[in-house]
Every structure is written in structure tokens, then in C-alpha cells.
Design a protein around this ligand. Sequence first.
Ligand code: 9D3
Length: 249
Amino acid sequence: MWFGIVSLFPEMFDIATQAGVLGRAVTQGVVNLEVFNPREFVTDKHRTVDDRPYGGGPGMVMMVEPLTRALQAARKVAADRTLDAPVVYLSPQGDRLDQRKVANLARYEGLILLAGRYEGVDERVIEAEVDEELSIGDYVLTGGELPAMIVMDAISRLLPGTLGNAASALEESHLDGLLDYPHYTRPENTAAGRVPPVLLGGDHAAVRNWRRKEALRRTWQVRPDMLAQRPLSDEERKLLAELFDLDLD
Ligand code: 9D3
């Protein structure tokens, strides 16, 4: 998958592409990344990319011309490679990113990710150039670069040929839509406690059941909203009833 990034801080992307699953995906060529810096597309003496907002108020706004040129350059690379690559603007006003949106974005051959700085971009750029506007959550960041990296990270682990792929296949199984069950590794006994005995016994059916029950317990306790989104199997209703001594019928 090809990512064209439009950002005033290209160096920020070095870190993300040098380590972890995303870094490996880049090294392996499963993911390709090209950064387009709007500042490189302006010719005035100070290479200005931002200006004061019309109507007054605090902060600065990213200007139309540098952004449009950088986006055109990214579009041209995508077109030359005959890639379908929509423009995604990372912004606090966007739709909230979730795993369903990540999976849908992963189907594209390419994506052009626009990372804003300052108070944001001139609204006319959004109207003319942006296909989808995405936020990563309700907290205030200083720009769209980290959100763009988060989008790439989440997508890259779903792509064939990256290490996250085995894990994502598992995610589509019966534990889909639940929080993870607790994990343990050696040694069996530590100052922090023992491993639950069921995991040591080699009864795979018992282990499966225990994990599903623990996943349900945690989801019920910390993310009841996730359970409300998801139909429960008879087996899961039984486990939940056992856990909390509830009558779910
Ligand atoms: C405090 C400034 N805010 C005035 C009401 C507006 C504002 C503008 C730009 C707040 C944050 C930002 C920079 N953030 C992003 O570019 C961003 C973001 C975020 O802040 N939170 C969650 N997802 C995203 S995606 C892009």
C-alpha cells in the first residue's frame, strides 16, 4: 500500500517507519511512504505556508496554495502508479476512527493523508480536495502527524505480508468485538502471583472457555458499550450469567 503524506514535518515520519510492524512493512516494501511538504511547493522569500484567519481570532491557518500544490503532487504520483488513493484529512472535526473504518481504508491501493498544523487548513481545501475527514478521538493534539501514523500503523498490520496478519485473522474469529483475555508467560510463579491453573493443564477446550469468559468479563466491566454493539451467542450468554449470577432471559 502506498501512502502519500502531506505534512509540514516530514521528519516526524522517520521514527514510525524505522521500527515495529510498520517499520518492517516499509522495509519489506509492503508499505511505501512518500512525504510531500507544502513548504517545498512555495517560492516566496519566507516560504510562507500559514496566515492569519479572516475574521480574526487566535492562531494561524494553513494556506490554500501550498496545500493544493502538495496534494496535486501526491495525486500525480498516485495517478502515475495507477493507484486509487483518496485524500484523508486528519482533523478534530472528523468522524471517529474505529476498526471498521481501518479495515475499509486498508482496501485501497493507496491513501493520501493530509496532516494539519496550527488551527487547521483553509476550509476551501477541505471542500475541494478532501474525500474523508477523520479524528482519532476526543482529546487535543498539536497536529495531524501522529494521527496519520496511527492510521498507517492500524492499516499496515492488516495487509498481507506483515507480521500482524496472523493476529488479525484471529481477531475475525469468535473473540471479535471483545477486549482481550489476560495473558501469562513463564515463570509459573512470581512475586506478582501465580498463573491461573486452567492455563497449565493442557485442556484446550477448558482454556478456550476460560479465555472467552475472561474476555466477556473484562468487556462487560470496562466497555459495556462494546457488548451492546454485538450479538451474544447462547454460549456467551451462559458464561456472562455464570460470571455475574445474572438471569439474562
Ligand atoms: C485548541 C485548538 N482548538 C481550538 C478549538 C482547535 C484545534 C486545532 C487543531 C485542536 C487541535 C488541532 C490539532 N489536532 C489535529 O490536527 C488532529 C487531532 C486531534 O487533535 N485529536 C484527535 N484526532 C485528531 S486528527 C488531527
